[in-house]
Structures are given as structure tokens and as C-alpha cells.
Design a protein around this ligand. Structure first.
Ligand SMILES: [Zn+2]
Length: 326
């Protein structure tokens, strides 16, 4: 069977803290969750599928971020997440997080990166790390520090950088200097774009030299942009359930999968946030396969595209291809 081994290229660590993981993290450094039932914890960690509200979606990161403010918590979470991914049938994942979000109790970005790398080493699940800079103003130095750390730890599972955060408030075009710095450092990068903003955001990411685009669904409104994405071999990291929850697309049935496929753009399907969106890459893949009646070739291409577009080395990609095709 072709589809037993999944790949997730777009997965946030802090959005993938399950209620069980939350209780373990609370024991390691608080805050205490003793007053909450499992059902209450689930509600605190998971967005309503039909809410279509970006602010509500983002509010679900409050609790996991509060539980990831010590090195021990970050390390344990990374380890537990990989065990969860293995149990769900994943073969490979690129985990991402923003080191500057974990300093509420004094943890520096370097300490945060080292903690996540220790968590990666504790599991033999095949995972790599993407470091996220954050949209905003006044955090330019923190963003540059994130990219410098990515370059420094590139030999230790850090494979790329990203830009996340409020796309509608802080347009992609404002980050030209930051991505000039990424190019200077020789870092590959993906950028969240075309989720809460229009095709111009994806165009800016493309112009910066992104080799992957996080979401990118609004590119479907611009045929010339799609043609350029396809021509440059840039891959879209689609996260369908998340994109419905944040209002980027109306419904899963209204998802522009067919028009994107027909444009020849390399597509992948990913979870984004396993707890906040209550999903995983396997479920997203099956949803797209069933709703859009994908044939075996079309469905298989989503998996093989993910391998081709991963930031892993060629030997890892060859191993993943072999497993998927076996
Ligand atoms: Zn994301």
C-alpha cells in the first residue's frame, strides 16, 4: 500500500501539545493544570473546527506557550511529539518553533534551541528543525538572532528558517532585510504567506527567494503567480483544516486543491498544529484524497512532493522515497 508513511513539512511544536502532554509539561515546570478535567484541557488546546476566527485560533497557543517556558519542558515536548508522530504513522517531520517565544521566565533563544535539539536526539524518529522568526515591529534584533542561531546549528538538525505571525498586520514585504540576511547566511527558508493576506504576500515571499510557502492558498486567486510558483519549483505547504479554521478558505469542500493541482504547482498537505487543529498529516492527506477523489498518482504525488521539498539531505530523501514507494 502506497499511503502508509506520511511526511509533515509544516508542524508547530507549540500547536501540537495534547492534553496528555500538557499534564506532563505542567509537572515539569507549571503552571498547574490540576483544576482542569481532560475535556476542559482539550477545549483550551483545540480550536472549534467551524469558528473561522483567526484570533480564536491564536488564543489556543496561550496554554501551550505557558507550558513551554523552561528548557526541560521544551526538551520533553519535542521528544513526546516525535513519539506521537511515530504512533500516528508518520515517517518524517520538520518541526518548527519560534525561540523568542520561550523567554517569559528568562530562557534565551540559544538555550531554547539547545533544549529542542536535545529532545530531537532522544527519539530515533526522523525529524528536523525549522526556526521561526516572528512578524512584528521592535523584534528585528530577536529575528536576526534566530537566523544566526539557525546558521550556527545547521549541522545539528536545524535545516531552515521561517517567518510566522500576524500576516495581515505586518506585510511580508516589510521583511526584505531579514531575508536578505537569510540569503547572506546561506539558509534555505519557507515563509507563512497567503493565509491571512492576498497573493501579493506570496509574491513577496517568492521574490525573497523562498523555496517553500507556508499555506499560500491565496495564490489560487492569481494565475500568473501560480505559473511563476510552478516555474520556480516552489512548494506550497497546504494545511487544509487549519486554513478553514483561520478563515483562509471557506470550507474543506471549497478548498482550491484542484485548481492548484492543475496549475502544476508542487503541493503538500500538512497538519500545521496537531492539537489546535485536532488533526495530523495522515488525516489531512485522507481528507484531501476523499473530498477531491484523488487517484493513486495524484495522492502519491502529494507524499513524494513532500519528500522532494523537504529540507533534509539527499540521503534522507532517498531513504524516505524508498519507504513510501515500497
Ligand atoms: Zn504554520
Amino acid at each position: 500500500m502506497l499511503y502508509q508513511n506520511y511526511v509533515d513539512l509544516h508542524l508547530h511544536i507549540d500547536g501540537s501539545v495534547s492534553p496528555t502532554m500538557a499534564r506532563i509539561l505542567a509537572q515539569l515546570g507549571g503552571p498547574s493544570l490540576d483544576e482542569y478535567t481532560d475535556a476542559e484541557l482539550f477545549d483550551m488546546l483545540t480550536a472549534d473546527t467551524h469558528a473561522r476566527d483567526l484570533n480564536l485560533y491564536l488564543s489556543k497557543f496561550n496554554l501551550p506557550l505557558a507550558l513551554l517556558q523552561t528548557p526541560e519542558q521544551l526538551e520533553e515536548c519535542t521528544y513526546l511529539l516525535q513519539e506521537d508522530l511515530r504512533a500516528r504513522g508518520l515517517l518524517y517531520a520538520e518541526l518548527r518553533f519560534a525561540p523568542q517565544h520561550h523567554g517569559e521566565r528568562g530562557m534565551g533563544q540559544r538555550e531554547a534551541v539547545q533544549a529542542v535539539l536535545r529532545g530531537l536526539e532522544r527519539s530515533d524518529f526522523d525529524a528536523r528543525l525549522i526556526l521561526c522568526a516572528m512578524r512584528g515591529r521592535g523584534n528585528e534584533a530577536a529575528n536576526r538572532e534566530t537566523f544566526a542561531l539557525a546558521a550556527e546549528y545547521r549541522d545539528q538538525s536545524v535545516v531552515a528558517v521561517d517567518l510566522a505571525g500576524a500576516e495581515a498586520l505586518y506585510p511580508t514585504a516589510e521583511f526584505a532585510d531579514l531575508f536578505a540576511y537569510a540569503r547572506e547566511l546561506g539558509l534555505p527558508f519557507t515563509i507563512h504567506a497567503g493565509e491571512a493576506a492576498g497573493p501579493e504576500s506570496v509574491r513577496a515571499a517568492l521574490d525573497f527567494g523562498a523555496t517553500r510557502i507556508g499555506h499560500g492558498v491565496s495564490a489560487a486567486q492569481d494565475p500568473q503567480l501560480l505559473a511563476d510558483i510552478a516555474e520556480r519549483g516552489v512548494t506550497l505547504e497546504l494545511c487544509p483544516t487549519s486554513e478553514v479554521q483561520t478563515g483562509a478558505v471557506e470550507t474543506l469542500r471549497a478548498f482550491p486543491l484542484r485548481s492548484l493541482m492543475e496549475s502544476g504547482v508542487s503541493l503538500t498537505v500538512n497538519a500545521d498544529n496537531m492539537s489546535v487543529s485536532c488533526t495530523d498529516a495522515c488525516r489531512e492527506f485522507l481528507l484531501m484524497t476523499c473530498i477531491y477523489n484523488l487517484n493513486e498518482y495524484e495522492a502519491g504525488s502529494l507524499l513524494l512532493n513532500a519528500v522532494d521539498a523537504s529540507f533534509a539531505d539527499e540521503a534522507t530523501k532517498a531513504r524516505l522515497r524508498k519507504r513510501i514507494l515500497s
